[in-house]
Ligand binder design. Structure first.
Ligand SMILES: [Zn+2]
Ligand SMILES: [Zn+2]
Length: 256
């Protein structure tokens, strides 16, 4: 199996050697480094870009040179990929960057909407936070636009908000239907993302089971990714993904 979604120190992941050794140890035949990149023009997010190591548009050529050296050393396929923060309105900038970057493939992700992130660090009960259901609606609207933009090979963790305890279960049937329609018609494939696997001891994935089933019913295919940031995450997530692929009879798409 190939893992098409891992992070290095070129964003918020770990050093190449421990990551590659752990990937080999986990029995993977290939690993794609898809470091975070934000091209945002929003002043607030722009200030955070360096702090959260999302300035990969300035460093990808250095990483490319490193990966070339590592390919000579490791007996595993190593892909030169990117995970771009999608933001509605930024399509032209993202298109230019991807054309210039010539990556093996590109993941697109929605991690924030407006001024707020979809991660557990965001407390949606605080007074300045948006109303949770409204945030979830805006999140899915953005993911649908990401898919319709046709900019990306892969749509990463399409239901990320489901991992937030204050946001889970708030999506509407209408949003699910529109997302399924968009993915059924797009060149962009969703990924089965194992970031949540083994949380609380039970495997759990993006997309959630009901969304996964709805997509399969429409003939949508999937790629796979562990979204590993630390070497010790590879083994458990790879094992969970492998079990999921076997159980569901999935034939993962290679975005390369
Ligand atoms: Zn992500
Ligand atoms: Zn990621």
């Amino acid at each position: 199996m190939h893992d098409f979604h891992a992070h290095s120190t070129y964003s918020d992941g770990s050093a190449f050697r421990p990551m590659l050794e752990a990937a080999v140890e986990a029995g993977l035949e290939g690993v794609g480094f898809a470091d975070h990149c934000s091209l945002t023009t929003d002043p607030g997010w722009r200030r955070q870009r360096d702090r959260f190591a999302r300035h990969f548009d300035l460093t990808y050529e250095r990483r490319r040179a490193a990966l070339e050296q590592l390919r000579e050393e490791y007996d595993i396929a190593i892909y030169d990929a990117v995970e771009v923060d999608y933001e509605p309105g930024l399509e032209d900038d993202i298109r230019s960057f991807l054309a210039e970057g010539e990556f093996d493939y590109a993941l697109g992700s929605v991690h924030y909407v407006g001024d707020h992130v979809a991660f557990a660090s965001e407390d949606f009960s605080s007074p300045d936070a948006p109303e949770p259901a409204a945030f979830v609606a805006d999140y899915y609207d953005a993911v649908i636009r990401l898919v319709e933009s046709e900019l990306f090979d892969v749509a990463a963790h399409v239901d990320l908000v489901e991992a937030h305890p204050q946001l889970a279960g708030l999506r509407s049937d209408e949003h699910v239907e529109r997302l399924v329609d968009a993915l059924a018609e797009s060149r962009t494939v969703p990924e089965v993302n194992a970031k949540r696997a083994k949380r609380d001891g039970k495997p759990d994935f993006h997309p959630s089971d009901d969304l996964f089933d709805a997509l399969v019913e429409r003939g949508v295919r999937f790629t796979v990714g562990t979204d590993t940031h630390r070497p010790e995450e590879f083994a458990g997530r790879t094992e969970s993904l492998r079990a999921f692929v076997d159980e569901r009879g999935l034939d993962p798409v290679s975005p390369v």
